[in-house]
Structure formats: structure tokens, C-alpha cells
Design a protein around this ligand. Structure first.
Ligand code: E4P
Length: 224
């Protein structure tokens, strides 16, 4: 499973990239609004930080012609490994086919049902992004929906993968990692939550104290 950061906060992205193995960054209009900067300025700075890793950027037009125009512009401005996020609605499916036909990477977004993902895959999308936590909040099972979409893609031998999104806790990501989905995108707080446990910090501290008791304060294996 690839792991991406769902954020447009350049400082938070830089911090996560320093410590964790990350395959890219996903954004949406709400995330860009939170960053509070002109969209392309923020996106180009993110692109410079992540180099050749994936960058997913959403089109906002209501009709297919507008989505296609935006998709071309996003791909041309941000270059290699850019994915244009297109909402999985009727106009979006029309746009996906055109963009995919031009060789532009498409991520189908706003996926709430497995059949939306199936249609997106048939339209040439490379990824489909089920909104796990939002589906949970509707009273359904978001993790199960993402697993079902993974199975649909595998069993129908489609060239599309799950990019699960909208997580509110580490367990949702863990369940999908165990299932071997294509990718998950999570906020910096969720990614840091994978290793945020007092037991982990305390175990590491105990090893350091024991070593210093043995070899002397401040000593390490490199200083002996
Ligand atoms: C990513 O593709 C989605 O836009 C994002 O994860 C939605 O997350 P939210 O439900 O926390 O807004």
C-alpha cells in the first residue's frame, strides 16, 4: 500500500517527509482553502518538496468541458506524476474518459459507493478515492466499501487502484493496509499517530538508559 499525505500545509508536509516513507501528496479545494494561499503557489511549492512523487489536485468545474480544461492545465503546470482528481459524477465520468484518453493521470474522487469506483475504472481512472470516514458517518462501513472496491478492481482485472481517503483514525488505515489496497492518503496527524504511543517512547528510553548505565552517560555504539 502506498502512503500519501492529505494536506497542503507545506510545513507539515516537510516535517512528515523528513521522517516517514511517503509516496505523494493529495489535496482538495477544502485543503487548499485551509492553507490559505493562491492554489498554484502552494501546489508548486509542494511539488518542489516532493520531487517525482505523486501530487493529486482536484478540478472544480461543474461540467465535463471545464473539468477537461482544468485537468490539462493542472497536468501541464505541475508536470510528471500529477494526478487530476475528478469527482465521480456523470459529468466527471465524461471528463475522465477524455483526460485518460489524452494520457493524463486521473484520480476519481468523491467516491461513496463501489459502483462509482467501477464506473471510474471503466473510464480509465488510475485511482478511485473512497471517503472512508465520511461513509462511516453516513452509517455504512467505509473500510468495507474500500475493500469491496479493491475486490471489484482485482476480479474484473481493471487497471485502477483504490486510493482510500478521509480517515479519522489509524485503525481505518491499518485495516486497509492489511487488505493490500493500492494506496491510502491520510492527514499528518493520522500518519504521526501510527507511532504515537507512550509505550513506544518509554521502551526506547529504557534501552538508552540501560546502555548508558553500561557504557557511561552520553555514550553510543558510535562513540565507544
Ligand atoms: C481526498 O481525496 C479527500 O478529498 C479527503 O481525504 C477528504 O477528507 P475529509 O473527509 O476529511 O474532508
Amino acid at each position: 500500500m502506498k502512503l500519501l499525505i492529505d494536506s497542503a500545509d507545506v510545513d507539515a508536509i516537510r516535517h512528515i517527509l523528513e521522517f516517514y516513507p511517503i509516496d505523494g501528496v493529495t489535496t482538495n479545494p477544502t485543503i487548499l482553502k485551509k492553507a490559505g494561499r493562491p492554489p498554484f503557489a502552494a501546489l508548486k511549492e509542494i511539488k518542489a518538496l516532493i520531487g517525482g512523487a505523486q501530487l493529486h489536485v482536484q478540478a472544480v468545474s461543474r461540467d465535463a468541458a471545464g473539468m477537461v480544461e482544468e485537468g490539462r492545465s493542472i497536468a501541464a503546470s505541475l508536470g510528471e506524476n500529477t494526478f487530476v482528481k475528478i469527482p465521480s459524477v456523470p459529468e466527471g465520468f465524461k471528463a475522465m474518459r477524455i483526460l485518460a484518453g489524452e494520457g493524463i493521470n486521473v484520480t476519481a474522487t468523491a467516491v461513496y459507493t463501489p459502483m462509482q469506483a467501477y464506473l471510474a475504472g471503466m473510464c480509465g481512472a488510475r485511482y478511485a478515492a473512497p471517503y472512508v470516514n465520511r461513509i462511516d458517518n453516513m452509517g455504512y462501513d467505509g473500510v468495507q466499501a474500500a475493500k469491496d472496491i479493491h475486490d471489484i478492481f482485482e476480479k474484473n482485472r481493471m487497471g485502477c487502484q483504490v486510493l482510500a481517503a478521509s480517515f479519522k483514525n489509524s485503525r481505518q488505515v491499518l485495516e486497509l493496509c492489511k487488505y493490500g489496497i493500492g494506496a491510502a492518503t491520510a492527514g499528518p496527524d493520522i500518519i504521526e499517530g501510527f507511532v504515537k504511543d507512550p509505550a513506544i517512547a518509554s521502551a526506547v528510553e529504557a534501552f538508552i538508559r540501560d546502555f548508558e548505565d553500561l557504557a557511561g552517560p552520553g555514550q553510543t555504539m558510535a562513540s565507544l
